[in-house]
Design a protein. Structure first.
Length: 190
């Protein structure tokens, strides 16, 4: 266990990511595909922040969720091609590339209008986060529900996973053993 970091702003998160050589390698690798409206989200960023807040030794989240939006080509085979291309060229990560223009079908939602819209439909508010490198090679962040839950170590379902869908939220928290990894994590309803 390392010393917990005090993170309170997007600037703090940017410094955390920029100082992580592995994360920056992943971001540069993703950038090579030049996918439209691309982001790397979910545990890639959330785990890094929560580990820093808890003082956990940083272990890269090998699972990399690279998402983008292309309504002109929604064939799953296109995503599989990108998966294989990245796994071959950049085998230091376990890539999963998914076009958000087709991913609404997973939970029977209305079609998404952008990558950000797709990310906002993920299960937990603190997971609806993403990072990318812009054209100037600067870090850009997407926080669909702000940073309060992410920086506050709070697991809370998005509005799409309450009521009948709440079971999925609680199953994920339990199955992934988040409260063992992050003992100060609070699981709260929407």
């Amino acid at each position: 266990m390392t010393k917990a970091k005090l993170l309170t702003t997007e600037k703090d998160i940017a410094a955390l990511v920029a100082a992580d050589d592995w994360m920056m390698r992943v971001l540069r690798a993703a950038q090579t595909l030049a996918l439209p409206d691309w982001w790397i989200g979910a545990g890639f960023l959330r785990n890094k922040v929560w580990d820093a807040l808890e003082g956990n030794a940083s272990q890269p989240s090998k699972d990399v969720d690279l998402v983008y939006f292309n309504a002109q080509d929604v064939a799953p085979e296109t995503d599989w091609h990108y998966d294989e291309q990245l796994k071959t060229q950049f085998p230091f990560a376990e890539w999963e590339v998914r076009n958000q223009a087709r991913m609404h079908y997973v939970n029977d939602f209305a079609p998404y209008t952008s990558t950000a819209d797709g990310i906002s439909h993920w299960v937990e508010t603190a997971t609806c986060v993403a990072v990318r490198l812009n054209m100037q090679n600067e870090l850009e962040f997407l926080f669909c529900y702000g940073t309060k839950d992410l920086l506050g170590l709070v697991a809370r379902p998005t509005e799409y996973f309450v009521g009948d869908m709440s079971t999925l939220f609680y199953e994920r928290v339990s199955k992934k053993r988040w409260q063992e990894r992050w003992p100060h994590l609070r699981v709260e309803p929407l």
